[in-house]
Design a protein around this ligand. Structure first.
Ligand SMILES: [Zn+2]
Length: 72
């Protein structure tokens, strides 16, 4: 009987560990996705936008003016 409860406890703990691992991976993945986005401030229309395009500049989606990346 003790072996049965030990097995059930191990299965429950393993399921909890796997779900915590998967939840953590999903959170880190969404954070990394956001980190890849560059932030731009349009000098012409003053809107703030993000872009994942490579390079130091991106075209403003509002007015079409090309702006440099904001560095923090
Ligand atoms: Zn603009």
């Amino acid at each position: 009987m003790t072996i049965y409860f030990t097995t059930v406890a191990c299965v429950v703990l393993a399921a909890a560990a796997i779900s915590a691992f998967l939840a953590d991976r999903a959170y880190v993945g969404s954070y990394r996705k956001r980190m890849r986005e560059n932030v731009y401030h349009c000098l012409k229309c003053r809107s703030i936008y993000t872009s994942r395009a490579a390079g130091e500049s991106a075209v403003c989606p509002v007015c079409g003016y090309r702006n440099g990346r904001i560095k923090f």
